[in-house]
Each structure stands twice: as C-alpha cells, then as structure tokens.
Design a protein around this ligand. Structure first.
Ligand SMILES: [Zn+2]
Ligand SMILES: [Zn+2]
Length: 141
C-alpha cells in the first residue's frame, strides 16, 4: 500500500467514526486532498475536481464536515481566505505563512495548549484556538 492510499483509508475510517456518510463527492474530495502537496482554497479544490463535477456549495459543505471530523485543517490567511489541507495524522500543529508567495510550512508544535489548560482551569469548556503565524519567507526576502 502506498502512503497516499494509507492516508486515504485512514481518512475514510475517520469519516466512518464520525458517522459521516461516504458519498461520491466526499470520496472525490478526499482523494484530491490526499494528493495535495500544499494547502488549497475551496475555489482551487473546486477547480481541481473539475468545476462541472460538483458545485462550490457542495465543496464548502463537505470541507466543513471534514473539518469538524478532524480530517482536515483550516488555515486562516491574513486576507480572510481559508486554506485547507489533509490532517491524516490528526495531529495538532500550526503554520507559518509567507505574506508574499503564500508558501505555508508546518510548525510542528503548539504552545497554546498551555493557555487552553489555563482556560479550562477557569471553568471554561470546549476551549479551542485559532493561531497562524505570518512572515516573509527566505526566498521572498
Ligand atoms: Zn515567500
Ligand atoms: Zn495550537
């Protein structure tokens, strides 16, 4: 089994665990996400799937469902546009995004979990956070 097949299968398993139906659009979407080397916007994903195959609303809805299921990560860019990428390992991390070329790299740790713990200690439940870092990459400098 190749790495991408394994990622595809484990993402399908996560969908089943979250009791999401495995529909053709979802399978097509997952297959595409597994093959992406970098985060893409919903519009780019829509285009790659073939604009005629599924409408953009379907793509948005399914991306949201995948995000809730923890299968993909949503990255908030400074322009307000969201980018999406597969999170097959279901591991929590953040990104540094280049303001000029929009190159995105993983920062493989999260220090904010300590703050979440503080918030929980204050009696808050369902504490989550959104954090992305922005900068200018080496090649754009
Ligand atoms: Zn750059
Ligand atoms: Zn975090």
């Amino acid at each position: 089994m190749t790495t991408s097949e394994r990622k595809f299968d484990s993402s399908l398993d996560s969908l089943k665990k979250e009791r999401l139906r495995i529909t053709e659009p979802r399978k097509a979407l997952l297959r595409l996400l597994v093959g992406l080397a970098k985060p893409h916007s919903a519009e780019e994903i829509h285009e790659s799937l073939g604009a005629d195959a599924f409408d953009l609303v379907t793509i948005y809805r399914n991306l949201e469902a995948f995000e809730k299921a923890g299968i993909i990560n949503r990255i908030h860019t400074e322009s307000g546009k969201s980018l999406f990428e597969l999170n097959a390992e279901q591991h929590h991390y953040h990104h540094i995004i280049c303001r000029k070329c929009h190159r995105t790299e993983k920062l493989n740790t999260c220090e904010v979990l300590k703050l979440e713990k503080l918030a929980s200690d204050l009696g808050y439940s369902e504490v989550t956070h959104v954090l992305e870092l922005y900068g200018v990459c080496e090649s754009c400098r």
